[in-house]
Each structure stands twice: as structure tokens, then as C-alpha cells.
Design a protein around this ligand. Structure first.
Ligand code: CA
Length: 231
């Protein structure tokens, strides 16, 4: 059996952290609790977790600042981050995704919902089964080495953007609706809103730089990757 996934919980409220820890342990995860950003950083430096559960409201550095910092750090940038936000705080959710979180969950949440989200995020991050490299125009993606090149230049992509690009490249020139992308790229999309797709497409375009125009928005239909859009 493989090792239980390590989940770093960054949460300043002991009661919530305790509840999360107990539920995670019961469901085959190994939880580690950090009550603030400084402690979390120390844990990250010691052992890289498989996933970070990150509370938005923290003493000292906020969850948003931490997400940005960890995304910018070469060592932690590929670790999926699931943000815990206050109820109905829509701008927070979008800002969280923009800062590099893979998903968010609104407090109060059910254990089942949390576990479903954690599993979905981990599944998304799992390597693609098809190990063949894909080329569209000057864009090249290698699933084995997890590398993306455009015109010979290496590009840096987050785990979700990589999976999204991989899917778009394998189905180049085809138009995908947001719902189709959620289904194919996110897999378990029961709790994910279609707006999430837009956020990750925006992030993908930013990461693609000169090749950004290859990801086209098809009005009223969705998105498409095309070799025609190259600069
Ligand atoms: Ca808090």
C-alpha cells in the first residue's frame, strides 16, 4: 500500500483544526496542524505535504498571502492548496483562486464535501496515464517529465493548468464547454463552479506567455486550443 497522503492544515481555531484532523485520520490521511503561517512554513520546510488545507483568516500572514508565497516558491509551487473561506464571500473565493489555490471550500462544510474536494484535488494532480508527449504548433507538452515548452522555451504551469493544457492539446481545435472541461479535467466536479474553469484558463494564458492566444474563447460555447492562434 502507498503511504497515506500528508495533509497540512493551516488553521488558527483549535476546534476546527481538531475536527479536520480527526476526520482526515479516519479517512486514510495523515494530518499535520499548523496554527499560523510561520509554523506552516516550518512544516513545509521539513516535509512537503501532498495537500495544504489553508484557512483564509489567520493571525499574521493571511491565507491569501501564504498561497501566493507558496505558489511562487519552486519547492512548494506544485502542492495543491484547498482554501477555507467564510460563507458566501465570493470575491474572496476568486481572489483565492487567483492567488494560486486549486479550489476553495466554504465554512461551515460537511466532512463528506471536504473529503470529496480533497480527493478531487489529489486526483487532478495525479499524473496522466498517457505518457506520450503532445505537440500543437510550437507548443510541446511532455506528461512524463511534466514539462511544457513553447518554441523551445520552458514554461511554468501549475498542476491544474498543466492538466487543462494537456487535455486541450490532446483535443486540439475542438471546442470544449466549461461543463465538459470540468468533467474531463477536474473529474469530480460536483462542488466546483463553472467560474473555476475561467479562472484556470486565465492563469493558463498567463503561463503560456507568447502562446496565450492559442487558447481561444469561443463565445457562447467554451474554449479551444488552436495552432492558428500563435503569435
Ligand atoms: Ca481562522
Amino acid at each position: 500500500m502507498s503511504k497515506p497522503p500528508l495533509v497540512l492544515i493551516v488553521e488558527d481555531e483549535p476546534a476546527i483544526a481538531e475536527l479536520l484532523s480527526v476526520n482526515l485520520r479516519h479517512n486514510g490521511f495523515t494530518p499535520i496542524w499548523a496554527e499560523d503561517g510561520t509554523t506552516a512554513q516550518r512544516e513545509l520546510d521539513a516535509v512537503l505535504p501532498d495537500l495544504i488545507l489553508l484557512d483564509w483568516m489567520l493571525p499574521g500572514q493571511s491565507g491569501l498571502q501564504l498561497a501566493r508565497k507558496w505558489r511562487a516558491d519552486a519547492r512548494s509551487k506544485a502542492v495543491p492548496i484547498l482554501m477555507l473561506t467564510a460563507r458566501g464571500d465570493e470575491p474572496d473565493k476568486v481572489a483565492g483562486l487567483d492567488a494560486g489555490a486549486d479550489d476553495y471550500i466554504t465554512k461551515p462544510f460537511s466532512t463528506q464535501e471536504l473529503l470529496a474536494r480533497i480527493r478531487a484535488v489529489l486526483r487532478r494532480r495525479a499524473p496522466e496515464h498517457s505518457g506520450e508527449s503532445v505537440t500543437v504548433g510550437a507548443l510541446q507538452l511532455d506528461p512524463t517529465t511534466h514539462r511544457v515548452h513553447h518554441a523551445g522555451q520552458a514554461l511554468k504551469l501549475g498542476p491544474t493548468e498543466f492538466k487543462l493544457l494537456h487535455h486541450l492539446m490532446r483535443n486540439a481545435e475542438r471546442v470544449h464547454s466549461r461543463a465538459q472541461l470540468l468533467d474531463k479535467v477536474w473529474g469530480d466536479h460536483v462542488y466546483i463552479e463553472e467560474r473555476t474553469v475561467d479562472v484556470h484558463v486565465k492563469r493558463l494564458r498567463e503561463a503560456l506567455g507568447d502562446a496565450a492566444a492559442m487558447v481561444e474563447t469561443v463565445r457562447g460555447a467554451g474554449y479551444r486550443l488552436t495552432a492558428q492562434g500563435q503569435a
